[in-house]
Design a protein around this ligand. Structure first.
Ligand code: G
Ligand code: G
Ligand code: MN
Ligand code: NA
Length: 254
């Protein structure tokens, strides 16, 4: 309860900091998008990772307010990178089921895009299968509506959920993100390599882009390139970094 009280205070004072993890497009070798990952700059405990407070935020419903702050700030940053000549960098924001349940997520996104001036195609939402499945028909309608605005949609942690592949073709998403559990041992596990290759081929058959998470070595990168993967994210490219560091990374590739 003490933590929930201080989390409420943190929202009021906006003590959240966003780190960004670059994603590299394998066709061009360039960073074309980044994932926003929230941290809590706690007044006494230091910089807290999401695992320390996101579960409580989900449980208490405070995740909706935090998610809105994250989206607002991430879109503002992406707009600034554009204005600073750092390129058309797409920013990805993780959404939780609670934000969908509230029913006003489209209005919030519209307001954020409007107030920050970020073009819709430079915002990507990362969703999980379980989030979409929670109220599938209603959520698919909502996602289609967001997509017509030009917002990008990605299915996060793909391969770890329980949803049937027959649902996948109904999900209106642009990109699949292969969960890092398949990537991290793909160079020693033929099974993981086979699953990864199958996901890539299936995504392409469904006209989706596919990116791999948890890429930690050059060997992973080369295997994924050979398999036709479109993009990669992971420590081999960069760990999540503060916004000022991201600016340097983007400046270095101009
Ligand atoms: O690097 P990392 O420890 O930052 O992230 C851990 C997890 O926390 C990620 O897998 C992501 O799903 C979750 N997460 C990070 N930022 C956010 C956020 O802004 N909103 C939500 N709902 N989840 C987030
Ligand atoms: O939203 P998601 O759960 O996918 O968030 C990404 C999480 O994965 C973050 O916690 C981030 O720090 C972590 N991560 C990103 N790249 C790597 C990587 O190459 N290896 C490992 N072990 N974790 C990673
Ligand atoms: Mn994610
Ligand atoms: Na993931």
């Amino acid at each position: 309860l003490a933590l929930e009280t201080s989390l409420r205070k943190a929202i009021f004072k906006n003590e959240f900091v966003i780190y960004y993890q670059p994603k590299m497009d394998l066709g061009s070798g360039r960073i074309t998008s980044v994932e926003a990952l929230v941290r809590w700059q706690h007044p006494t405990m230091g910089l807290l990772p999401p695992s320390d407070f996101i579960p409580l935020a989900e449980e208490s419903g405070l995740i909706s307010a935090i998610g809105e702050l994250v989206m607002e700030r991430a879109c503002r940053h992406a707009r600034q990178w554009h204005q600073q000549g750092l390129g058309d960098i797409c920013v990805s924001v993780n959404l939780s089921a609670h934000q969908f349940r509230k029913g006003n997520v489209a209005q919030i996104i519209d307001r954020v895009l409007d107030s920050t001036g970020l073009p819709a195609h430079l915002l990507e939402l990362e969703l999980t299968e379980s989030l979409i499945m929670e109220d599938m028909d209603q959520n698919i309608t909502l996602l289609q509506e967001l997509r017509t605005r030009g917002i990008e949609l990605a299915l996060d942690d793909f391969g770890t959920g329980y949803s049937s592949l027959s649902y996948l073709k109904r999900f209106p998403v642009d990109t699949l993100k292969i969960d890092r559990s398949f990537i991290m041992e793909m160079d020693t596990s033929p099974d993981d390599a086979a699953i990864t290759r199958a996901i890539i081929d299936m995504a392409h058959s469904l006209k989706m882009r596919v990116i791999a998470e948890g890429v930690e070595t050059a060997a992973h990168l080369e295997m994924l390139r050979e398999m036709g993967c479109d993009g990669i994210q992971g420590f081999y490219i960069s760990k999540p970094v503060p916004e000022t560091r991201l600016q340097e990374i983007l400046r270095d590739q101009i």
